[in-house]
Design a protein around this ligand. Structure first.
Ligand SMILES: *Cc1c(COP(=O)(O)O)cnc(C)c1O
Length: 473
C-alpha cells in the first residue's frame, strides 16, 4: 500500500470511527452470536495473494462487528467500564504511527520523560502523597504481580531471584475474601503457592477486618511462615468495598510487611476530593495501582502504578545484558526495569492528550455525573416494590435483585434473577453482570461509560422493571 492509498483509507477509517461514536447505540450492547459463529466466517488458511483494502474493510463490518460487544455503548453497565474518549483515540493513532518501542530512555526519550510527568499529574489529581513514583503497566494484574515480586524479594533479603524459594520459609500474602482474583493468580505466578494466600474475613460492609488480619499474621509467624505482603483493596470488584487503610497500614508497619493497594476501579474517583477519605492511611502504602483504562476516559491498556521505593522494584526486575546497556543509564529512567515485559508502547501519550483535553475540571464533572446517576438509581430501586438493594451503593456501582412478594426461597430467587439477567442481556438493549452477595445471586449495575446520560439509566431501569414483571406472567 503506498502512502496515497493509505491516506485515502485512513480518511475513510477516521470517518468510520466518528460515525461509530455517533451511532454506537444502534448496535446490541452484548454480541448476539453463538460460539463458533465468527470463526466459521474466517478463512481457514491465510491468503496467498494480497487483497484490496476495500474488501478487508467490508469484512470488518460484515464479519467482525456482529461479534463485538460494544464497551463504548452508553448502555454498557457490565463489569467495570473500559471507557474511551476522542482525545485518547487520537493519541492511540499517533502512538501506532510512531510504532516506537519505549523500553529504554534512549529508545524514545519523550516517551520516558512524558510518562514520568503525566504519572505525577495523576498523582496530584488523585491526591496521592508526594514521594510516590509512577510507571504505566499494562494492567492492574501486572502491577500487583510486580508488587508481590518486590515483597517476595524484600522478605527473603533479596535472595529469591537468585536462589529460588526452596531455601527460604514459605511466604504468606494477605487479602480479603472480596479481593479480585488477580491476586490469587499473581501469588501463583510469583511462586509463593496458593495455599499461602490468606483470605481475611470482612465486616458487614465487606471491608477487611484489621483484627482478623492481625490474627492471621500471628498464626503464620507461629507456624514459621513469613508474612510478606498485604493487598488492600479500595473499591472491590463485587460490591465496591473499601478496606480500611490506616489500621491495615499500621499493622504492616509494625510487622514489617509490604503493603500494596489495589484501587483499579475506584482510583479514578479520587480526582474528586470528596471521595478521598478512603485514602486515609495511604502514607503506609509501598505500592498503589489504579486503572485510567477503566474510568478515566483512556483507552485500554493503561494502568497507573505508583511505588514508594523505585529502587526496590528495579532491584527485583532489572536485567542488564550488554545490548541493553546505554551510556546515559545513570541519569535517566529505563522503564523496562519497572515491569515484566521488555517492550513498551508509548502509552503516556494518550494520558497526556486526555488530561489536557478534558482538564481536571472536565474529568471531575464527568465522574461526578456518573456517581450522581448511580445515587438516583439507588433511590429508585430502594423505592420500587419487588426490588431490593443487595449492598450499599459504592460510587457508581450498585447490586440489586428482583424479589417479588411471596417468593422467599433463596434458590428460587437466585434462579429468577439469573433468568432476568439473561433476558436483559439477550435483548441487546443493555448489558449487566451477575454477582454473589453473601452467597445470594445479585445483578450488578456499574455506571461509567463515557457517553452514559440520564436517559440511558432511565431506559435501562424501565427495561429491567418490564422484563422482571414479564417473568411472573
Ligand atoms: C479490574 C480490576 C482488576 C484487574 O484489572 P486488570 O487491569 O484487568 O488486570 C484488579 N483489581 C480490581 C479491584 C479490579 O476492579
Amino acid at each position: 500500500m503506498d502512502t496515497a492509498e493509505f491516506r485515502r483509507h485512513a480518511h475513510a477509517v477516521a470517518d468510520w470511527i466518528a460515525d461509530y461514536m455517533e451511532g454506537v447505540e444502534r448496535f446490541p450492547v452484548r454480541a448476539q452470536v453463538r460460539p463458533g459463529e465468527i470463526a466459521s466466517q474466517l478463512a481457514p488458511a491465510p491468503p496467498a495473494q494480497g487483497e484490496p483494502m476495500e474488501r478487508i474493510l467490508a469484512d470488518f463490518e460484515s464479519v467482525v462487528l456482529p461479534g463485538i460487544t460494544h464497551w463504548q455503548h452508553p448502555s454498557f453497565f457490565a463489569y467495570f467500564p473500559a471507557n474511551s474518549s476522542p482525545p485518547s483515540l487520537l493519541a492511540e493513532m499517533l502512538t501506532a504511527a510512531l510504532g516506537a518501542n519505549c523500553m529504554l530512555w534512549q529508545t524514545s526519550p519523550a516517551a520516558t520523560e512524558m510518562e514520568t510527568r503525566v504519572l505525577d499529574w495523576l498523582r496530584q489529581l488523585t491526591g496521592l502523597p508526594e514521594g510516590l513514583h509512577g510507571v504505566i503497566q499494562d494492567s492492574a494484574s501486572s502491577a500487583t504481580l510486580c508488587a508481590i515480586l518486590t515483597a517476595r524479594e524484600r522478605a527473603t533479603g533479596w535472595k529469591a531471584n537468585e536462589e529460588g524459594l526452596r531455601t527460604s520459609p514459605p511466604l504468606a500474602v494477605y487479602c480479603s475474601t472480596e479481593t479480585h482474583s488477580s491476586v490469587e493468580k499473581d501469588v501463583k505466578v510469583a511462586g509463593l503457592g496458593r495455599r499461602h494466600l490468606r483470605a481475611v474475613p470482612v465486616d458487614e460492609r465487606f471491608a477487611m477486618r484489621p483484627g482478623a488480619l492481625e490474627e492471621a499474621i500471628a498464626a503464620d509467624r507461629a507456624a514459621g511462615i513469613v508474612p510478606a505482603c498485604v493487598v488492600a483493596t479500595l473499591g472491590t470488584t463485587g460490591v465496591g468495598a473499601f478496606d480500611p487503610l490506616r489500621p491495615i497500614g499500621e499493622i504492616c508497619r509494625r510487622e514489617g510487611v509490604f503493603l500494596h493497594v489495589d484501587a483499579a476501579w475506584a482510583g479514578s474517583a479520587f480526582i474528586l476530593p470528596e471521595h478521598r477519605r478512603w485514602l486515609d492511611g495511604i502514607e503506609y502504602a509501598d505500592s498503589f495501582v489504579f486503572n485510567p483504562h477503566k474510568w478515566l476516559f483512556t483507552n485500554f491498556d493503561c494502568s497507573a502504578h505508583f511505588v514508594r521505593d523505585p529502587a526496590g522494584l528495579v532491584r527485583t526486575l532489572e536485567i542488564l545484558p550488554a545490548y541493553l546497556q546505554t551510556r546515559e543509564r545513570a541519569e535517566v529512567i529505563d522503564y523496562r526495569d519497572w515491569g515484566v515485559p521488555l517492550g513498551r508502547r508509548f502509552r503516556a501519550l494518550k494520558l497526556w492528550f486526555v488530561l489536557r483535553s478534558y482538564g481536571a475540571e472536565g474529568l471531575r464533572a464527568r465522574i461526578a455525573d456518573h456517581i450522581a446517576l448511580a445515587a438516583d438509581l439507588e433511590r429508585t430501586i430502594a423505592a420500587e416494590p419487588g426490588f431490593e438493594l443487595m449492598a450499599p451503593r459504592s460510587l457508581a456501582l450498585l447490586n440489586f435483585r428482583y424479589h417479588p412478594a411471596g417468593v422467599d426461597d433463596g434458590a428460587a430467587l437466585d434462579r429468577l434473577n439469573e433468568v432476568l439477567l439473561e433476558r436483559l442481556n439477550a435483548s441487546g438493549r443493555l448489558y449487566l453482570t451477575q454477582n454473589r452477595v453473601n452467597g445470594a445471586y445479585a445483578i450488578r449495575f456499574s455506571i461509567g461509560q463515557t457517553g452514559t446520560e440520564r436517559r440511558h439509566i432511565e431506559s435501562a431501569w424501565a427495561e429491567i422493571r418490564a422484563t422482571a414483571h414479564s417473568l411472573e406472567a
